[in-house]
Design a binder for this molecule. Structure first.
Ligand code: F6R
Length: 611
């Protein structure tokens, strides 16, 4: 998704802006641009494609100036070409503006501005904001931005600079992230904390409909009427090394290997001395003792990989806490009429906490007075701020577009939530809760064991890399992992991969099985083991080559499958945390064998802030 960086201070802006854009590359983008205030005139340079294209162009010109903006664009309105790249300028080219998000009423604003004589050079909604702000500019850039915002419908983070106001950046947001960086001698802004931590840890998340004015070493925030306001100011406590590759070839591989530590962090401090689960985070919202006891229905709402962790949570909440759960894709949930009331718990899951559809679903649930809990990885994210309560997954920054450690930590956080519900509602005995938690605490070491098979899984990946169609099948908690395995593979290797409930194969998908086609089967020991082995037999009888993910010690599975990867034995509901790991590695090594861009797959963005 688009990235924004801005700097004003004593140093040359261009190297800082370019380095910031590089840090934001992981968000996914298809063009990049910069604007530098070069003493009385703005220079804007922008290029389609990767940052290297922009750098090549900038190598030809000297752009001096101590105030600048940069942007990486992930196309929404208009194709990813040079004119559509940001920054965009106003009618007199006095100001340059970058934008993340979508302006829904851009067509009517454009018509209005065109009627007033403005001409446009791009297909973007962003250029309309630049012209609108320019048309309202009467000597005060911040006042022009404040006047423009009420005219905009949609979601946006914008940053703008004007050569008539040297050394000043003005920024604003509505439903899209924008973070300010404070320093004594300089001020920065970015769509993502990762863009700031090389310069400062003192950051301030701007809130909706706030306008910030940045000068070197001075930031002022106001509301739309110009009254003093404050964003959410905090200190970033993670290290820049955490946002770098740490010796791994790709962020994805690094993040796969970080899972034992991440899961450990997710579990830390969630119990008291007696071993009871304590989720103080929930106290501010749906209070454990009161509201949670009266919850009669749970909705879990999320997108993509987070949706799959929500599917896993359904099994845990229903089994342990005895409450009915529906899991739904956020973009579908928000456009139907789910029956919600104050006794409904809506669990929204989002690694980034900025996914537009998930935010909208949470908003919808809050409007119906349901209790909304956010399970997210990003402190201070929009979802965290809007929910009644937040359960942080504590996975650390996830940079690779393909989500791995966010997924396993989400499952663990959701399992803790399920046990907490069970504890508070007395659906489980205290010693049962303690036993389940103890088994969860063993998970990090068990993930390490699975990671120990990396070389064998890489070999299997080479065996399978030539296939052009993969199927993943599973039952019960194996089903979400089948779906996640298929999603991971298609995301980063561009191979066609589908996940199915194993018993559904014979109702249609089995027609796709051809001689030698790989089928990955989630076949760990549990109450559906004999069922899945029958399903494996059905696909093998039709020529599939089967890779089974099975429980250590299960020698019988060898009679059913061609290849087996073993994971240690755990509680049936906890298998997803282990079984997904070989599938992450399989996808990674297949993508690597096919020469794909593992960390930044084509067409994908890390944070999907548009509908
Ligand atoms: C897949 C992936 C996406 C995200 C989805 C939701 O690897 O990363 O499917 O899971 O875009 O993102 P969050 O969790 O940030 O809401």
């Amino acid at each position: 998704m688009c990235g924004i960086i801005g700097y004003t201070g004593p140093d040359q802006a261009l190297p800082i802006v370019l380095a910031g854009l590089q840090t934001l590359e992981y968000r996914g983008y298809d063009s990049a641009g910069v604007a530098i205030d070069g003493h009385g005139a703005l220079a804007v340079v922008k290029r389609a494609g990767k940052l290297a294209n922009l750098r090549a162009e900038l190598d030809q010109i000297q752009l001096a100036g101590t105030c600048g903006l940069g942007h990486t664009r992930w196309a929404t309105h208009g194709e990813p070409n040079d004119p559509n790249s940001h920054p965009h300028v106003d009618a007199g080219s006095s100001l340059a503006l970058v934008h993340n998000g979508i302006i829904e009423n851009h067509a009517e604003l454009k018509a209005e501005l065109a009627a007033a004589g403005h001409t446009f050079t791009s297909d973007t909604d962003t250029e309309v904001i630049a012209h609108l702000v320019g048309s309202l500019h009467d000597g005060d850039l911040a006042a022009a931005v404040r006047a423009a915002l009420p005219r905009l419908t949609g979601q946006f983070a914008v940053a703008v600079m004007d050569h008539r106001d040297p050394g000043t950046l003005v920024a604003a947001r509505r439903n899209a992230p924008l973070v300010l960086g404070h320093r004594d001698d300089a001020s920065l802004l970015s769509s993502d904390v990762a863009g700031l931590i090389a310069h400062t840890r003192d950051v301030e998340a701007l809130l909706d409909d706030q306008v910030a004015v940045l000068a070197p070493g001075a930031v002022t925030v106001t509301d739309l009427d110009g009254n003093p306001a404050q964003g959410h100011r905090y200190t970033v406590d993670w290290d820049i090394a955490a946002a770098e590759k740490g010796g791994y070839e790709h962020f994805m591989l690094k993040e796969i290997h970080e899972q034992p530590a991440a899961v450990r962090d997710t579990l830390i401090g969630r119990t008291d001395a007696e071993g009871r689960i304590v989720l103080d985070e929930l106290r501010g919202g749906p209070d454990a003792a009161q509201d949670l006891r009266h919850v009669d229905k749970v909705y879990v709402v999320a997108c993509g990989t987070s949706y799959h962790s929500g599917m896993v949570a359904k099994y845990a909440i229903e089994h342990w806490a005895g409450i009915g759960v529906e899991v739904e894709i956020a973009s579908e949930f928000r456009y139907r009429d789910p029956i919600l009331n104050p006794h409904t718990l809506v669990v929204t899951i989002s690694q980034s906490g900025e996914t537009a559809d998930t935010l909208a679903a949470a908003e919808h649930a809050l409007a119906q007075r349901a209790k909304v809990v956010a399970v997210t990885n990003v402190v201070g994210s929009s979802l965290a701020r809007m929910a009644d309560a937040v359960l942080y997954t504590r996975a650390g920054p996830e940079i690779a577009v393909a989500s791995t450690k966010a997924f396993t930590t989400q499952i663990v956080a959701l399992d803790v939530l399920a046990l907490y519900l069970a504890q508070e509602r007395r659906a489980l005995f205290p010693d049962e809760c303690r036993d389940h938690l103890a088994r969860m605490e063993a998970l990090p070491a068990l993930i390490e064991q699975v990671l120990g098979q990396e070389a064998a899984i890489a070999d299997l990946a080479h065996t399978f890399a030539g296939a052009d169609y993969f199927m993943f099948i599973g039952r019960h908690v194996g089903l979400p992992i089948a779906l996640e395995g298929a999603l991971k593979l298609k995301e980063i290797s561009y191979l066609h991969a589908e996940g199915f409930p194993a018993a559904e194969m014979k109702h249609g998908p089995i027609a796709l099985i051809g001689a030698g086609g790989p089928v990955v089967a989630l076949a760990t020991r549990g109450h559906v083991w004999s069922k899945i082995t029958s399903n494996i037999a059905e696909v093998k009888a039709r020529g599939a080559v089967v890779l089974a993910i099975a429980t250590e010690g299960d020698t019988e599975i060898k009679a059913h499958a061609d290849h087996v990867v073993y994971v240690p034995e755990v509680l049936e509901l906890l298998y997803p945390v282990l079984t997904v790991v070989p599938l992450q590695l399989l996808s990674y090594y297949i993508a690597l064998a096919l020469g794909c861009d593992v960390d930044q797959p084509r067409n994908l963005a890390k944070t999907v802030t548009v509908e």
